[in-house]
Design a binder for this molecule. Structure first.
Ligand SMILES: [Zn+2]
Ligand SMILES: [Zn+2]
Length: 251
């Protein structure tokens, strides 16, 4: 494959999940579809699906209650009162931060969301990487896949690949697409594991099936056949991948 810098899937919070990892619109009927991407079969288990905090239905990616970051579905929207926190849903940044602080002790998604806020200095909080790491650890230990992913990224940027991969594996076991992508990248580049192109390819396919634009793009880069590569770039571009869109314009 072409030499390029290792690019890890970015840390995700609910907003970024919408922008970077949202499930794609299915390819148009009759459109070419790369092997193993977007199809029903293929072996990867269905994505794990936490339920909407209001109705118990299937949540919409990126939709969450501000007070506790519990997932929501598109039809419920944000209620005035959180059924889980048993309190009015806060609207100001300060009130949201305070609600998350209260909820973080018992609620993994709240701890993760607060961790993201500390990592970025959002919601009026001073940036604090150590506090972010503590919160990610607490949420990761409770099984929050996005927190496991973010913790993995922290370890990876600190040069601790084995610890990073442990958490990517934990999140990947819950079908967290960005972590499956990062595992694939670790195998592709031999970061913390022996380099293994076959394993990388298998994991990129699985991540692409789970909705990862980055994985669809990587498959396009790895694909020697130009026509097949283009199909992967089409999938990635539909998922908002800018480099894939550029590759289509050039090719
Ligand atoms: Zn709902
Ligand atoms: Zn709540």
């Amino acid at each position: 494959m072409a030499k390029r810098a290792v690019r890890w899937a970015e840390a995700v919070d609910v907003e970024q999940t919408t922008r970077q990892w949202a499930a794609p619109a299915p390819p148009a009927a009759g459109a070419g579809r790369p092997r193993g991407v977007g199809g029903g079969g293929g072996g990867a288990p269905p994505p794990s699906s936490p339920s909407c905090a209001v109705c118990g239905g299937k949540p919409t990616e990126g939709a969450a209650l501000p007070c506790c970051a519990r997932p929501l579905c598109g039809s419920c929207g944000v209620p005035r009162r959180c059924p889980r926190c048993k309190a009015p849903v806060p609207t100001s940044e300060a009130a949201i931060a305070a609600a998350l602080q209260r909820a973080a002790t018992d609620c993994a998604s709240a701890a993760r969301r607060l961790g993201v806020a500390y990592a970025k200095g959002e919601l009026g909080l001073a940036q604090d990487e150590r506090r972010a790491a503590q919160l990610y650890k607490a949420a990761a230990a409770r099984g929050d896949a996005a927190a496991q992913h973010n913790l993995g990224l922290m370890y990876m940027s600190g040069g601790k690949a084995p610890k990073a991969l442990k958490w990517f594996r934990a999140a990947a076991a819950q079908n967290h697409a960005p972590s499956v992508y990062n595992l694939a990248t670790a195998y592709a580049f031999g970061t913390g594991v022996p380099r293994d192109a076959d394993e990388a390819s298998t994991l990129y396919r699985r991540a692409a099936m789970l909705g990862s634009a980055d994985a669809a793009y990587a498959l396009g880069r790895l694909e020697p056949d130009a026509v097949a590569a283009r199909e992967y770039f089409v999938v990635a571009a539909r998922r908002g991948h800018r480099l894939a869109a550029a590759a289509l314009r050039e090719g």
